[in-house]
Design a protein around this ligand. Structure first.
Ligand code: PEP
Ligand code: MN
Length: 360
């Protein structure tokens, strides 16, 4: 992709004074539900109304979407509210039907974005379309795979493009449904600064109480918009109940978010600073997380030492660790003095943890 500036024309042409907002239910359930939510969102910042028509479910037997019938309901949303519409497409039959029903924006889901074969089929089916096409990150944290999918669409002469960051699956349970791996999104932005990037806090968090925080981080990292699942009765939604918010909550979130839109040089400075601080916050969280993991391992060593009745402090091993870390630190520009201080503190905390296990 050479001239990435042209890729954001569709977004710039909207001349928004706030981030792009895509909202609506995870799934279209009934005509009444789709229209009720749409009317409640009508006079808000929402630019595109979303509803999943075909739902990718991890296990069979769950609600798999209403199918093509729902596209008619989305057409009604457009007629009655003037909001533009969008839905997920995952195969050529979906693309054909969505285009026939004049859906304005199509997104490709995380489970589809992992497959170069399917991405190529979709690119061929969408060839030359002037509809907006957004590609969610693949479920595994692979930047090249994500970009590769987008490049396939670009090569198929689809120029109204963008990406959605919805987080990544992990085996280990975390506080997120899909961990954001902000660093990957930051790398994505650095590689293609003009390609519109939308954040999807709903699928990242899986939890409506965390939507605001993740949205604010995304805006501080200069994301271009948000996709937030919205339902008038979230707890009884047919899919993704825990993460949906009501239209009123969505409006409140939009009011509370700090959105920087000024463009004078002072504001540019503030924006750059906020952006760098958001990156620092990401790095700090990773630091605490990894030190926490290290201490859990120390606890396990403590348990082993207790069993074998071995002393907590093993000086030879400790000197080896220090020596290696001073060398590693040098490679990334950390002074010996700093590495020594940091590892002494880490070591002390490990000893405290192990003492606790041994005495416990
Ligand atoms: C969705 O947006 O409802 C969806 C299924 O998302 P994802 O592809 O991110 O899981
Ligand atoms: Mn969903």
């Amino acid at each position: 992709m050479k001239n990435t500036k042209e890729l954001r024309t569709w977004l710039d042409d909207m001349k928004l004074d706030h981030p792009l907002v895509i909202a609506g239910p995870c799934s279209a359930e009934t005509e009444e539900q789709v229209l009720k939510i749409a009317h409640e969102l009508k006079d808000s910042d929402v630019n595109y109304y979303r509803a999943g028509i075909w739902k990718p479910r991890t296990r069979p037997g769950n609600f798999e979407g209403v199918g093509a019938l729902g596209l008619k309901w989305l057409q009604k949303v457009k007629e009655e509210t003037g909001m533009k519409t969008c839905t997920e497409v995952a195969n050529t039959a979906h693309v054909k039907l969505a285009l026939e029903h004049d859906i304005d924006l199509l997104w490709i889901g995380a489970r589809t974005a992992v497959s170069p074969f399917i991405m190529q089929e979709l690119a061929d089916a969408l060839h030359g379309t002037d509809k907006i096409v957004l590609v969610k990150n693949p479920i595994n944290p692979d930047l090249a795979l994500w970009l590769g999918g987008i490049e396939r669409l670009y090569t198929a002469d689809i120029k109204n493009l963008g990406a959605i960051h919805r987080g990544f699956s992990t085996y280990e349970k975390t506080k997120y449904r899909n961990t954001p791996e902000w660093q990957l999104a930051i790398d994505f932005k650095n590689r293609f600064p003009d390609l519109p990037l939308i954040n999807d806090p709903s699928h990242i968090t899986g939890n409506r109480d965390m939507i605001f925080d993740v949205s604010q981080t995304a805006l501080d990292l200069n994301f271009d918009g948000l996709m937030i699942e919205t339902h008038f009765d979230p707890d009884n939604a047919w899919s993704d109940a825990a993460q949906q918010v009501t239209p009123d909550t969505l409006k409140q979130i939009m009011r509370d978010l700090k959105i920087r839109k000024e463009t004078n040089s002072e504001a540019d400075y503030t924006k750059s600073l906020e952006n760098l601080r958001a990156q620092i916050n990401v790095a700090d969280n990773q630091l605490v997380d990894i030190v926490g993991k290290r201490m859990k391992i120390a606890d396990q060593i403590g348990a082993l030492k207790k069993e074998k009745n071995v002393a907590v402090l093993q000086s030879k091993r400790w000197n080896e660790v220090l020596g290696n870390m001073i060398l590693e630190g040098e490679k990334v520009g950390l002074s010996e003095e700093f590495v020594l201080k940091m590892f002494k503190a880490v070591h002390q905390e490990s000893i405290n943890h192990q003492e606790k296990v041994i005495k416990g």
